[in-house]
Every structure is written in structure tokens, then in C-alpha cells.
Design a protein around this ligand. Structure first.
Ligand code: EPU
Length: 459
């Protein structure tokens, strides 16, 4: 099968279907938030959970292990539940050993078909395709879903599987990828035309059981990739260069974890979310259990803008911020970039920041074409935003945002709505909280703990 970068009609159809599904689901739980009207009243400590986007590849990697694999610091979120169900449906035994700690045994896997409904809701499901193909020679799956932030093609995955000797077919809307009876994936030289995070993870993991040498060029640099590779190497994998743009993997046998436990690193995007919230609405806030060195782009930008931030080894402190009026913070332009640049995942949250500071700031989303979808809602709340095109907006601040009823389309933009409604004057309702529950654990409890007036209404 020849795989093209985008099949425009299919992609926009898929996009519309996803959007409809979101609206259909909006009758479920909602949040009521009473805004602070621009006051900086939040105070206290908030701890960061393990990273969703480290936990999903780690759980997928369980397929590469003989005799089980143990992972700790797993966040308590819906995407993890979904990944565990996906694994169980394949035949894996997933046992919760303690709070946030799971033991997974994949020696009795019976199926190589990913559950259609779950995979269609979660982009992270695609990481399972590489490991299943590498271990069992076959996998079938639908086009993965996830947040509505653009078309999200999978050509890089399919082309790479083909390079490694697999045949790709599309049968009734399902991809079937196989290497043929008693054959293995072959090591190959892969160059990603566009840097892809889950693509890098998927192919790095697939290379571990492939025959020979796999080289991934223009690989993603996210710290979660190196963190996982280091652990896998301690269990017998041969991966070099993870964390750089060229990763080399020498294929071999199934891995063995022994008594080793893989600890999921802190979620730098969650930490960044709390930091942007704190910059706008907190007087004194300690963000604990995080790693500031993986958040350099955001911390530098906020410091340059005038936010009083102190960095410690595993902590970020916002100190005496109440004294600083938001309108006195300096305006800044934001351009998203692959790691270590400014993360696309924090772009929508930063837009709220830019509505509160003085001056005109350009916000340029370079990675996803549908990630400015929240803009109309912000304008509706009173923000002064000019939409330049699907990738760029100009924000003029400061503006007093007003409470409104909102519906999230994507996990991060939904957190941006939390920040906007906390900053705003009056009451807001945020509908369709399935996105927030997918990625931020016990969010209302944790935000209440630092003084946010938030209530979940069960649907
Ligand atoms: N791309 C292609 N073809 C492909 C794959 C990607 O053209 O086959 C393009 C995408 O359309 C996009 C760019 O490459 O323009 C980068 O996409 P990437 O593949 O890196 O995104 P992803 O791996 O699907 C992960 C995170 C996202 C995060 C992005 C960018 C997971 C499960 N998801 O997505 O996280 O925004 O990297 O950093 O790791 C989130 O957590 O809310 C989230 C959306």
C-alpha cells in the first residue's frame, strides 16, 4: 500500500466525526468554576504526577518483556485505564500492585488486534503497533484518535514498517500490518520527514526485537524517550543515541526486567500547566515533584516576562507574585517547537497568559494545524485576539475575561479553559470534561487544594 502524507478528504471527515462525538458527549460531567477576577489569590503546594506521555510508551514496552515488567508512578488518569484495557484485551495480565504501581505480564498474549473503540479515542494506542509487530509479526488497528488538534496522519509509522519489511494493508478501514509467517521485522534506516514523538517511540521499541540494526534519523528529543531507553538498556536492549536526533538500535531477544521497576518521570507538561496558572493567579505557589531542567523554554519565557520564579532541583516556586500586577508583565511572542523548544502542549495555556499582560504578542503554532481551535471561545470571554491563519494569532492584552460556558476539544486546551475561567470574573461552566480526565489526575481536588473554587457536577 502506498502511504501518502495526508489524504485530505479522509482526514477532514475523520475530524468532523471526532468533533461531532465531542458534542455528543458533552452531556456528561461538568465543572463549575468561580473566577478570581484577575486577583492572585492561589497559595500552597501542588505535586506533579507521573507523565502521561512517558507512561503510555512504557506500558506499551511491556510487550517486549519475558516474565513481566513493573512500572511505578503511573498517573491515575483515563488514558492509562484505556491503555491497560487495551493490553488486557490482547491477553496481557495487568495487576495493580500498589497505588500507581502496575505489574504487566505479556507472555500469554493471544490477539494482535487492537480494540477498535479504545484505539479510536487515544493516539497513544499507536505505540502498541510497533511492539506487537516486532514480537508477533502482525498487528491490526484502526486510525488512532485522540485530541482534536489536526489531521494527525500515521504515514511515518506505516512507511517505516514497510522499510522494515512489513506489508501494510487497509481492510475495511482497519490497517493490517504483517511480516509473513515465521519472519521477523528487519532493521532499517528510517528518516522522519517530520519529527514525530510517538513515531520515534514506536520505531525505537520495534527495533529492539527486529533483526539487525535500525537507525532512526531526525528522531524526537523528548526526555521521556531517553528515560525509557536507559531503562530498556538496563534490561538487555541495545539502544544508542536516545535523546539525540539519531537513535541506533541493535535488535535482539525479549527483555528481562528481573527486579527492576521502571519509575515514570514527572509530567513536565502538567508542571508547566500549573506554572502558567500560578503565574497569573497565585501569590505563593510551590510546584513539587517536577524537573525544572526539562521545562527550560517555558521557565525562561516566564522569567523574562517578569514572573518571580525560583527553581530548585525538583521544585519550582512562585514567590510573592501578588505584588506584581499582570499588566506590568512584559509581552512576548511564542512559537512552538519540538523539544527542547516551546511545547505545543502548552501553547493554548500560554494564550491565556498573553491575554493578561500588556501589549501585542504573536502566538505561532508550528506543529498542529488545528490547535488554535479554542480561540473563538476566548474571544467570547472578552479576549482581544486577531486570527491571522490556522497557525497564527495576535493577542492584545490586558483584557478582563468574563465567565462563560465552554466545551473542551482537546486535553490541553481544556486546561487552558481552566486557567481562563480562574482568571475571569464570574462563574463559568466547563462541559465535556472527558479530556481533562484523560490527562490530569483528580484535577478538582488538586486545584481546590491551592484555593481554586471548583466543583464537579456529575452528568
Ligand atoms: N506527523 C505526520 N505523520 C505521522 C506522524 C506525525 O505528518 O505519521 C506530523 C503530525 O501531524 C504533527 C507532527 O508530525 O504535525 C508532530 O506529531 P507527533 O507525531 O510528534 O505527535 P504525536 O506523537 O501524535 C505526541 C503527544 C502529544 C504532543 C505531540 C507533540 C503522545 C501520546 N502524544 O503526539 O501530546 O502534543 O507529541 O509534542 O505522546 C497531549 O498530551 O495532550 C498530546 C496531544
Amino acid at each position: 500500500m502506498k502511504v501518502k502524507n495526508t489524504d485530505n478528504i479522509n482526514n477532514s471527515l475523520r475530524y468532523l466525526q471526532q468533533k461531532k462525538a465531542v458534542f455528543d458527549e458533552n452531556k456528561k460531567d461538568k465543572f463549575i468554576i468561580e473566577g478570581l477576577g484577575g486577583k492572585k489569590k492561589l497559595n500552597g503546594k501542588i505535586a506533579v504526577a507521573g507523565a502521561k506521555n512517558a507512561a503510555l510508551p512504557a506500558l506499551s514496552a511491556s510487550i517486549l518483556f519475558r516474565n513481566g515488567f513493573c512500572v511505578s508512578n503511573i498517573p491515575n488518569i483515563k488514558d492509562i485505564d484505556s491503555m491497560n484495557i487495551l493490553l488486557e484485551k490482547l491477553g496481557a495480565i495487568v495487576k495493580k500492585q500498589a497505588e500507581k504501581k502496575y505489574h504487566i505480564v505479556t507472555d500469554e498474549i493471544k490477539s494482535v488486534a487492537l480494540d477498535i473503540e479504545i484505539s479510536k479515542k487515544m493516539r497513544g494506542s499507536i505505540i502498541l503497533t510497533g511492539v506487537l509487530l516486532a514480537r508477533f509479526g502482525k498487528v491490526s488497528f484502526p486510525h488512532p484518535g485522540g485530541c482534536i488538534i489536526g489531521a494527525r496522519p500515521i504515514d511515518a509509522f506505516l512507511n517505516s514498517f514497510q522499510k522494515m519489511g512489513a506489508k501494510v494493508q487497509n481492510r475495511n478501514g482497519k490497517y493490517v500490518v504483517s511480516v509473513g509467517k515465521n519472519k521477523k521485522l528487519k532493521g532499517a534506516k528510517i528518516f522522519f520527514n517530520k519529527i514525530t514523538v510517538t513515531g520515534t517511540e514506536t520505531l525505537m521499541l520495534a527495533g529492539i526485537l527486529a533483526k539487525g540494526r535500525t537507525v532512526i534519523e531526525n528522531a524526537a528529543l523528548e526526555p521521556e524517550i531517553k528515560h525509557l531507553a536507559d531503562f530498556l538498556n538496563s534490561c538487555g536492549a541495545k539502544i544508542r543515541g536516545a535523546g539525540t536526533s539519531t537513535i541506533e538500535i541493535i535488535g535482539g531477544n525479549l527483555l528481562s526486567a528481573g527486579n527492576r521497576v521502571y519509575k515514570i518521570p514527572p509530567d513536565r507538561i502538567e508542571a508547566g500547566s500549573f506554572l502558567i496558572l500560578g503565574a497569573l493567579s497565585a501569590d505563593n505557589l510551590e510546584i513539587t515533584d517536577c524537573d525544572p531542567k526539562h521545562m527550560r523554554a517555558l521557565i525562561n519565557i516566564l522569567k523574562d516576562s517578569g514572573v518571580p520564579i525560583i527553581e530548585e532541583k525538583n521544585k519550582i516556586i512562585i514567590k510573592d507574585n501578588g505584588k506584581i500586577k499582570n499588566k506590568h508583565l512584559k509581552c512576548i511572542d511564542i512559537k512552538t517547537h519540538e523539544y527542547p523548544g516551546f511545547p505545543t502542549d502548552l501553547q493554548s495555556l500560554m494564550a491565556i497568559y498573553l491575554t493578561q499582560i500588556s501589549g501585542e504578542s504573536l502566538l505561532f503554532e508550528t506543529i498542529f494545524e488545528g490547535r488554535l481551535n479554542y480561540t473563538d471561545d476566548l474571544i467570547n470571554m472578552g479576549a482581544n485576539i486577531i486570527i491571522i491563519d490556522t497557525h497564527r494569532i495576535m493577542i492584545k492584552g490586558p483584557t478582563q475575561l468574563k465567565g462563560r460556558e465552554l466545551i473542551g476539544n482537546d486535553l490541553r486546551a481544556e486546561f487552558a479553559f481552566f486557567i481562563a475561567t480562574i482568571v475571569a470574573k464570574g462563574k463559568s461552566v466547563i462541559n465535556n470534561v472527558r479530556y481533562i480526565d484523560r490527562g490530569y489526575e483528580r484535577i478538582e481536588e488538586r486545584l481546590s487544594g491551592i484555593g481554586v473554587n471548583i466543583q464537579r457536577i456529575k452528568g
